[in-house]
Design a binder for this molecule. Structure first.
Ligand SMILES: Nc1ncnc2c1ncn2[C@@H]1O[C@H](COP(=O)(O)OP(=O)(O)OP(=O)(O)O)[C@@H](O)[C@H]1O
Ligand code: SF4
Ligand SMILES: [Mg+2]
Length: 317
């Protein structure tokens, strides 16, 4: 359902690297306080969207078209770096997939937590330190005060991810981007970290985009789902609608793989994504689609509203 008051909306976002299309007319919305799951196999463009949403992937490194509206601002993609610097960390936070490479190895945990608190919120040194301890405690790190003096390499992967969560949420952002936040962690703590993120997001009434490979988890924790294929949104809408009555053959294939293999991990249907420089004409899923017709191979299906969700397919159902 189109939102009256979306916090974030992408409209026909296209991104190309070295002349190759990576994202093609991506459109979706996220409301305040909502959680959105972005799913699709490796290379679909999920991280690329997250990096655009936090202003870390911008021209001239890539070419961008379309628009991104956020918290009342209409066209952020056209804004200068100074605008993004005011949003990043303060209004939009991000948890990266691999905490070991996202944390700065040269600075202590305390420095990496107190810097944004002082710079973005204007806290004094003492107040930032006090807040940093509270943040680490609420992220489940015991002995939080002592951890301030630790360097990232002195912590386990799970502890590093807890630090990243504390940093990403330090300034109470309106939007949190969580790019596969548990996939680099031991399976035994994945559920704990996921619960921690959800608790913290809900406590702040923030919105969150989760990049997930786990369709079952997405169905449990996300209000909305966006299914991506080869840089295009193929189906998007309320989680119940999209997963219970999927209309796109790719969404259906993802679901049937989950059921057939009796696993919760998202397994792509047979075949692979087309290479960046060799996208098929027409529907990008046509080479793998059991329902493809001649029209599908020559004409790109537009994303259109159908049965309470957006779907891009000439033969939905
Ligand atoms: N730095 C880069 N330079 C060139 N191409 C890139 C770069 N980063 C990503 N790509 C390409 O852009 C496309 C989208 O990549 P992206 O990382 O967004 O996918 P993803 O859906 O996040 O995949 P994964 O699930 O593996 O993380 C892929 O074809 C990828 O090869
Ligand atoms: S447009 Fe055609 S090829 Fe593409 S998903 Fe729909 S039926 Fe399959
Ligand atoms: Mg990724």
């Amino acid at each position: 359902m189109p939102l009256d008051q979306a916090l974030l909306s992408f409209s026909r976002l296209s991104l190309a690297r070295n002349g190759h299309s990576v994202l093609d007319r991506v459109s979706f919305e996220l409301g305040r306080g909502e959680t959105l799951g972005m799913v699709g196999e490796s290379g679909a463009g999920k991280s690329t969207i997250a990096l655009v949403a936090i202003g870390l992937l911008r021209p001239p490194a890539v070419s961008l078209e379309g628009s991104m509206a956020f918290a009342g601002r209409d066209d952020l993609l056209a804004e200068p770096e100074a605008t993004w610097a005011g949003l990043r960390g303060r209004h939009i936070g991000m948890i990266f997939q691999d905490p070991a490479s996202a944390l700065d190895p040269c600075y202590t945990v305390g420095r990496q937590l107190t810097d944004p608190l002082r710079r973005l919120l204007g806290l004094t040194r003492a107040a930032a330190r006090k807040r940093a301890i509270e943040l680490l405690e609420s992220a489940g790190l015991n002995d939080a005060e002592a951890r301030l003096a630790a360097f990232p390499h002195e912590l386990s992967g799970g502890m590093q991810q807890r630090v990243m969560i504390a940093i990403a949420l330090a300034c109470n952002p309106d939007l949190l981007l969580a790019d596969e936040p548990t996939s680099a962690l031991d399976v035994t703590i994945q559920a704990q970290i996921m619960q921690l993120i959800l608790r913290q997001v809900r406590a702040r009434d923030a919105s969150c985009i989760f990049v997930l490979h786990d369709l079952a988890l997405a169905s449990q924790v996300c209000d909305r789902i966006v299914v991506l294929y080869a840089g295009q949104v193929v189906e998007a809408g309320d989680t119940g609608t999209v997963l219970r009555r999927s209309l796109h053959p790719y969404t259906q294939a993802l679901k049937s793989c989950v059921i057939e293999l009796d696993t919760e991990t998202l397994t792509p249907p047979e075949g692979g994504l087309p290479a960046l420089g060799a996208m098929p004409a027409g529907c990008r899923f046509a080479p793998r689609c059991p329902r493809a017709t001649a029209k599908c191979t020559t004409s790109t299906p537009p994303l259109r509203r159908l049965d309470e969700r957006d779907v891009a397919c000439w033969h939905p159902g």
